[in-house]
Structure formats: structure tokens, C-alpha cells
Ligand binder design. Structure first.
Ligand SMILES: [Zn+2]
Length: 495
């Protein structure tokens, strides 16, 4: 019997609003314990919650970005449960009128285009954090996180492999960053994910009892935990004992396995009812149109545009777009390159138009950015070299004024000294020699000094030719334009 995995995701995204969801406390997550708290988020009697408009706007924008329908009359509900990190004894969440529902997200997965449906997206507040002392005798509470705005995004069970689930989460993270609503860093808990996984015979469209997998703190953990759980469930099915009830398992990163946890509560246990202290949230048509217009370019749109406008391959476009800052830097370098080329055109670029060079130029720039800008050279807010300087350096590469090894050396100096490329070419003496007379002289010298090799070349030995090219490069201290050297040698040797 062939089995297939059925995976659904429940994702929480912490929004980076200035203040919390229902009070004015500072929402930054790096403050000393219990310093960003007030009577509202610590649930003192008589306090009233006031919804954060920015969080609501962002929730609707995210819902629009993932193609959801919008509940223009939405509301908040109380989700009742007891836990020491929840001082109110209930969480303000949304039950039957979430801000968004019935959306979908289309993205590339392993070279294919896949669409995953979104069940719903709603807004809620986070709970505080419990910290347990290492001796196991005390538990401490930090309420800074209590009341932080959280978006919950629930997918349909549309994923068939751990890799699909991972790609979806990565795309979601990227979207949150493009939208500017969250850093969506999994390691920092800005993006948290629970996954439901079950198996079924392939072709069956029924859903079987599932495992809810929790505690996955990285994209890799999600992929590993799901792969582990699928293997475990496959074993049960093959033994003729598929699970009869759903269960909750936590992922143990160190042991590399999932461990069964408490039994999951049913929705009715939470005794949801409408939050009496907050009126329904109405989004007018006009407001909705404003939020739609305010949506920035999203990763999928940028990938398409990069392929069309810059004639990049799908893979290069995806790599650049996967880093918002790098994709913006790419556009800046292209634009600076063009401006510089046009400024130089009267002298150097006669009869060359931008359009005919564009694909080659963009490929050169993309290659440089993807292969030579190492992560460790980047600061939190920028790239190592100003875009106009990099554009000028790559222009010199494109025009073959410097060769690639020389450009790499110049780039390293640009990064460390903040000097411009033209100054460094002179200082380092790395200008590529394209002067025909200089190359001609070097070629004649090399031919005169290597008569035996020259004879080999004339007898058709290709390797001998490479030796001669190498000798000329050596004679010009590596600065000669290799193509011109090849040409000159061929001319002299009648090749
Ligand atoms: Zn507060």
C-alpha cells in the first residue's frame, strides 16, 4: 500500500508594532523582565483593552497579501483557559470572524510551482513567558510578552512533503519582511510553527487521526521533525496499527525525535465568547482599498519582475529576492551601472545601446552579488560597498579594463579601505593591458624564447598553446587581456 503524508501548518507571527495589542506598553522584545508591563497587560481589575489600529491594519494587509477574503465586520473573542503565564485567565483572540479566510499562496518548490491554500488568518495577543530555574525548584514569570500582537495563520492540509512545508514557511517569512510587519525570525520566536501530520493510502481523500508536532524552532527543525514523524507513522501503518486518536508530540532537537505530550484540548473546552469590552471591528470599502494600495511589491511579484526586466534566470531571481536588502542593492547597482555607462558612452561605448547589453550586464552583476558578497561582510543595515562604487568596478570588468582576479582584489580593498575602484586600480597597478602594442611585444618575446613549444603548437598540440598564453600573462604580470593574447598568438602562429 502506498502512503502519502498530509500536512497542515499553524503559524504564529509576532508583529513588530511600537506598542502592544491592547495597551500602550513598549512592544520591543529585548527589555529586562517585567519592565514593559502595565495594569492592562497584567490583567488588573477594572482595566479595559484598546485595540492597536496598526496591528489591525497589518493583519488585514497580510490577509490581502496571501490572497484571503476579508471579513469587513470582524470581532474579538475570549478564549478561556488557565495557565500561569496568562494573568487574565483568557486570551483575547478571534473565533468565528477572523480578519481573513480562504486565501492561497503560490511559490516555487524545488523548481516546480505549487499553490497552498490558507484556511484563515486572525489576530490575538500573546501570553507571558515562564522561566524555570535550573534546580527545578522555582518558576519565574516575565510578563513583557503578555499582550504582544500575534497573527495566527492556519493553512489547509495541502503539504505532501516536509520540503513543501519548509518552503512555505520560508516564503511566509520573506513576505512578512517585505511587508515590514515582522522580522519573522524563527530562532528568536518571531515566527512559530506547529504542524499537523497524518498519513493515508494514496488516492484516499479522507483524513486520518493526526499528530500535532510542536517546539520546532528553525526551518530545519520543521523539516527534520516532519520527516521523523512521517517515518514513525509509516512504521505504525505498516504494522497494521495506524493511530486511532490524534496526539500531540514535541520535537526534541538534541535527540532528533518527537516525544508524546499532553492530550490536545477540543475547541469547546475554551468556551469562546465575544469579547464584551471591544466593539466589532468594521473595515469600510474605502479603508480596504487604501490598505490594498499600500501593499508593497511582494516576493513573488519581484521574482517575476526581475526575470522580465533584467532577463535573469528563475534561480538567480529567486536567490536575489530571497534577501530583500540584496535585491534592492542589485537594482541600485544596475541603475548606477547604466547611468555610468551612459555618461561614458560618447568616449567608450560607441554604437552600443543599453538594451543589447542588459542581459549580460545583469548576469554579471547578479553573479557578483550572489557569489562574492559574503554574509559576514554585511552589516545589519547595509552592504559592504556603496552601489555606485561596485557599479564602476563591474563596468571596468565588463569593458575588460580589469580581469576577474584583479577585480576581486580591488573589491577586497574597496571593502576594507572605502576607497573608490578607479583610485585602487591605479594604486594597486591592476589595470588590464589591452594595448595591442604592449601585448604584441610580449607575444613576440615569448615566441622567440620558446621555439620548441612553438613547434608543438604548429604540430597541433592544444596544451602547448595554453602554455604560451600563460607565459605572456606572466610577462605582463597577469594584467594582459587573455582574449587579446590568444588572438595575437594565433595570428603569429597561423592558428
Ligand atoms: Zn501593558
Amino acid at each position: 500500500m502506498e502512503l502519502e503524508a498530509v500536512i497542515g501548518l499553524e503559524v504564529h507571527v509576532q508583529l513588530k508594532t511600537k506598542s502592544k495589542m491592547f495597551c500602550r506598553c513598549d512592544n520591543r522584545d529585548d527589555q529586562p523582565p517585567n519592565t514593559a508591563i502595565c495594569p492592562i497587560c497584567t490583567a488588573q481589575p477594572g482595566t479595559l483593552p484598546l485595540p492597536n489600529q496598526q496591528a489591525i491594519n497589518w493583519a488585514i494587509m497580510v490577509a490581502l497579501a496571501i490572497g484571503c477574503k476579508i471579513n469587513q465586520e470582524s470581532k474579538f473573542d475570549r478564549k478561556n483557559y488557565f495557565y500561569p503565564d496568562l494573568p487574565k485567565g483568557y486570551q483575547i483572540s478571534q473565533y468565528d470572524k477572523p480578519f481573513g479566510y480562504a486565501g492561497s499562496l503560490t511559490m516555487p518548490v524545488d523548481g516546480q510551482t505549487k499553490t497552498f491554500r490558507i484556511h484563515r488568518i486572525h489576530l490575538e495577543e500573546d501570553a507571558g513567558k515562564l522561566l524555570h530555574t535550573t534546580d527545578g525548584r522555582h518558576s519565574l514569570i516575565d510578563l513583557n510578552r503578555a499582550g504582544t500582537p500575534l497573527l495566527e495563520i492556519v493553512t489547509e492540509p495541502d503539504f505532501r512533503t516536509p520540503a513543501e512545508a519548509k518552503s512555505f514557511l520560508q516564503e511566509l517569512k520573506l513576505m512578512m519582511r517585505y511587508l515590514g510587519v515582522s522580522d519573522a525570525d524563527m530562532e528568536k520566536g518571531h515566527l512559530r510553527c506547529d504542524a499537523n501530520v497524518s498519513l493515508r493510502p494514496k488516492g484516499d481523500d479522507k483524513l486520518y487521526p493526526k499528530t500535532e508536532v510542536k517546539n520546532m524552532n528553525s526551518f530545519r527543525a520543521v523539516e527534520r521533525a516532519l520527516a521523523y514523524e512521517i517515518e514513525r507513522l509509516t512504521g505504525l501503518w505498516e504494522d497494521g496499527q495506524p493511530p486511532k486518536t490524534s496526539s500531540t508530540h514535541g520535537w526534541d532537537e538534541v535527540a532528533g525525535k518527537t516525544v508524546e505530550q499532553r492530550i490536545k484540548e477540543e475547541a469547546s473546552d475554551y468556551r469562546y465568547f465575544p469579547e464584551p469590552d471591544i466593539p466589532p471591528v468594521v473595515t469600510t470599502d474605502e479603508k480596504l482599498a487604501q490598505l490594498q494600495v499600500a501593499l508593497p511589491e511582494l516576493p513573488a511579484q519581484r521574482r517575476d519582475r526581475f526575470q522580465r526586466l533584467y532577463q535573469l534566470s528563475a534561480a538567480d531571481a529567486a536567490s536575489l529576492v530571497s534577501d530583500k536588502l540584496l535585491s534592492e542593492y542589485f537594482e541600485e547597482v544596475v541603475s548606477e551601472f547604466r547611468a555610468y555607462a551612459e555618461a561614458e558612452q560618447g568616449v567608450e561605448l560607441t554604437a552600443r545601446s543599453w538594451e543589447s547589453d542588459k542581459a549580460k550586464v545583469c548576469k554579471l552583476i547578479a553573479n557578483w552579488l550572489l557569489n562574492r558578497i559574503s554574509v559576514e561582510h554585511r552589516t545589519a543595515h547595509g552592504l559592504p560597498v556603496p552601489a555606485p562604487d561596485l557599479a564602476r568596478l563591474l563596468w571596468m570588468v565588463y569593458r575588460q579594463y580589469v580581469n576577474l582576479p584583479a577585480a576581486t582584489e580591488i573589491y577586497e580593498h574597496m571593502r576594507l579601505t572605502k576607497k573608490g575602484p578607479h583610485q585602487l586600480v591605479k594604486e594597486l597597478g591592476l589595470e588590464q593591458v589591452s594595448d595591442a602594442r604592449v601585448i604584441e611585444t610580449a607575444v613576440k618575446d615569448v615566441i622567440a624564447a620558446n621555439t620548441k613549444v612553438v613547434a608543438d603548437v604548429k604540430n597541433g598540440k592544444a596544451a602547448a598553446m595554453q602554455f604560451l598564453v600563460g607565459q605572456v600573462m606572466k610577462a605582463t604580470k597577469g594584467k594582459a587581456n587573455p582574449q587579446l593574447v590568444q588572438q595575437a598568438l594565433k595570428k603569429h602562429l597561423g592558428g
